[in-house]
Design a protein around this ligand. Structure first.
Ligand code: F6P
Length: 342
């Protein structure tokens, strides 16, 4: 058996742990593992190599992906799916394990729909893939973001400043919510709950009146302002999956607060800093279990499926179900966080 493995979309800590687990499980079964470089770009251009034991040695704790990644979308390239299918056959693959978020997995599903033997592993720091409690990289990103917020809290308090900390997560507020609560942020703004600018200004004003001279606000990069058309963006260019580059909401709000209240207000966007570095033990362990389960799916001939985590158990779900909608922060969860907005 010859199994291909690729990582697509944004890199995420824990990818290497999954690749290592896939290799090791395959080694046990006597399967050959083919590493595809740069996600779907590697399938389109036949960029691949046979993985060897030394490739996966000591990579369990390394961030990024040894296979490299890209945001290439064969569905957007004329004849792309046909080309990937042809290369799949020419590369002699019996099956392919695609590790990625909803974008990468949507291509995996399209290939599965045309009969290719594909299984998926959920990865994204954004944690917005449905049917799974967690995606590879989310826990590490939360922990990194938490530390950034805590560091900025020190400065905010020492200098009596207002800080807006803009956190990645695309159209979901998972990272902002978890890290904000964990770091004791004063306010957290997420895409799931559009807000009014005047409410944010009033929030800071009330704190000042109470004698709280510093305020730390965590704002998800995709947070939405009520009555505004869409999120604040850096530019209008979209990637091959149709996503515009988010960012700028922190600076935007900082300016509004400074203008209205005259207080020293700063915006910081850690951006990709929370997407790199060594994965947490949770991510390493979960990614390892995902890798093992993905190989077992191939062994059992169960294709068009994604491995997932549910209540501590590794389960499998159809890719179609996992991709039917994105997973967002529930109103209940956000309500719990509101307990600390004061
Ligand atoms: O999906 C992961 C993510 O880090 C998002 O949180 C963010 O919006 C996006 O990727 C950034 O993508 P890129 O690194 O391609 O600019």
């Amino acid at each position: 058996m010859r199994i291909g493995v690729l990582t697509g979309g944004g890199d995420a800590p824990g990818l290497n742990a999954a690749i290592r687990a896939i290799f090791k499980r395959c080694e046990k079964y006597g399967y050959e593992v083919i590493g595809i470089r740069r996600g779907w770009a590697g399938m389109l251009n036949k960029e691949f190599f046979k993985l060897k034991p030394e490739d996966v040695k000591d990579i369990v704790g390394r961030g990024g992906t040894i296979l490299k990644t890209s945001r290439t979308n064969p569905l957007k390239i004329p004849g792309g799916i046909e080309k990937v299918s042809k290369n799949f056959r020419e590369m002699g693959l019996d099956a392919l394990i695609a590790i990625g978020g909803d974008d990468t997995l949507s291509v995996a599903k399209a290939l599965s729909d045309v009969g290719l033997k594909v299984v998926g592993v959920p990865k994204t720091i954004d944690n917005d893939v449905s049917e799974t409690d967690a995606t590879i990289g989310f826990d590490t990103a939360v922990n990194m973001a938490m530390r950034v917020i805590e560091n900025l809290k020190d400065t905010a308090e020492s200098h009596d400043r207002v800080f807006l900390i803009e956190i990645m997560g695309r159209y979901a507020g998972w990272i902002a919510l978890y890290s904000g609560v964990a770091a004791g942020a004063d306010l957290i703004l997420i895409p799931e709950e559009p807000f009014k600018i005047e409410n944010v200004i009033n929030f800071v004003k009330k704190r000042l009146e109470k004698g709280e001279k510093s305020t730390v606000i965590v704002v998800a990069e995709g947070a939405l302002i009520k009555d505004y058309k869409g999120p604040v963006t850096k530019d209008t260019e979209v990637d091959q999956f149709g996503h515009v580059r988010l960012g700028g909401i922190g600076e935007f709000l900082a300016k509004k607060i400074k203008e209205s209240l005259g207080v020293e207000t700063r915006a910081v966007a850690p951006a990709h800093i929370i997407r790199g570095g060594p994965p947490t033990a949770f991510d390493r362990f979960m990614a390892t279990r995902y890798g093992i389960a993905a190989v077992d799916l191939v062994r059992d001939g169960k294709f068009g499926m994604m491995v997932a985590l549910r209540g501590g158990e590794i389960v499998t779900v159809p890719l179609s179900k996992a991709l039917s909608k994105s997973k967002n922060v529930t109103p209940n969860l956000y309500d719990e966080a509101k307990t600390f907005f004061e």
